[in-house]
Design a binder for this molecule. Structure first.
Ligand SMILES: CC(C)(COP(=O)(O)OP(=O)(O)OC[C@H]1O[C@@H](n2cnc3c(N)ncnc32)[C@H](O)[C@@H]1OP(=O)(O)O)[C@@H](O)C(=O)NCCC(=O)NCCS
Length: 198
């Protein structure tokens, strides 16, 4: 099932071997159209799941789209960023996964996996060449077919609502990708995010 916008019950998404998560529903929103009454729940969940998260609904910059999972209350979310990037000399269309998180009480039921697959469906529909993410713990993503790549990454540093400088760094195994097109990923080439790192 491709969920582009709207609300479906996760229990209905059992095809293609996806886990069934009883009583939860997933809503998909363009970032600017998230209902105002969802914002306190988003701030609360991000603060609960990520130590030191700022007291707002996004970390450094707004993503483009968000998936929200409710079980009565908000219990999980993920954001996606669709961006033109540069890998070596070629331009790429890239979907980035941002701030995937699941309330502790609801973990290990396949909710994060379902959300990543939902972003993947969106990325495919959006004709992305690849999905990327940055993760200190790669277990979940490896199971879902992502691989670590060692490309140097060029990015715009942002902090405290300010743009700083442009730097180039490597991220060890944290940078993970899943290719969605025939474009071959040169893992030696510089990946220019053409913006901030999410
Ligand atoms: C990572 C996280 C989203 C996983 O949510 P989930 O719904 O429990 O994930 P799933 O049930 O789909 O998959 C569980 C598997 O993910 C892996 N996993 C567990 N914690 C993980 C973590 N922090 N990072 C990556 N993978 C993790 C394990 O292999 C786990 O399998 P297990 O339950 O058999 O141990 C959740 O633990 C969380 O919100 N952590 C805090 C925020 C965070 O670290 N987000 C990731 C940012 S990159």
């Amino acid at each position: 099932m491709l969920v582009v916008a709207g609300r479906v019950f996760l229990a209905e998404t059992a095809e293609r071997g996806r886990p069934v998560i009883q009583n939860c529903s997933i809503s998909v929103y363009e970032e600017g159209l998230i209902p105002q009454d969802e914002i306190p729940g988003i701030i609360g969940l991000l603060g609960e799941c990520f130590e030191g998260y700022p007291d707002r609904s996004f970390y450094k910059q707004l993503p483009h789209r968000r998936w929200l999972v409710h079980d009565g209350d908000l219990v999980a979310l993920v954001g996606a960023d669709l961006r033109h990037m540069r890998l070596g000399d070629q331009g790429l269309r890239v979907t980035g996964i941002i701030d995937l998180c699941v309330r502790e009480s609801h973990r290990s039921r396949g909710i994060a996996g379902t959300l990543v697959r939902s972003v993947e469906d969106f990325a495919t529909a959006a004709r992305s060449d690849a999905i990327i993410l940055f993760a200190d713990d790669q277990r979940l993503y490896r199971k879902l077919g992502f691989v670590s790549v060692q490309n140097p990454v060029r990015l715009l540093r942002l902090a405290e609502n300010r743009s700083f400088d442009v730097v180039s760094r490597r991220y060890g195994d944290s940078l993970m990708i899943k290719s969605l097109s025939s474009v071959s990923w040169d893992s030696e080439a510089e990946l220019d995010l053409l913006g901030y790192l999410y």
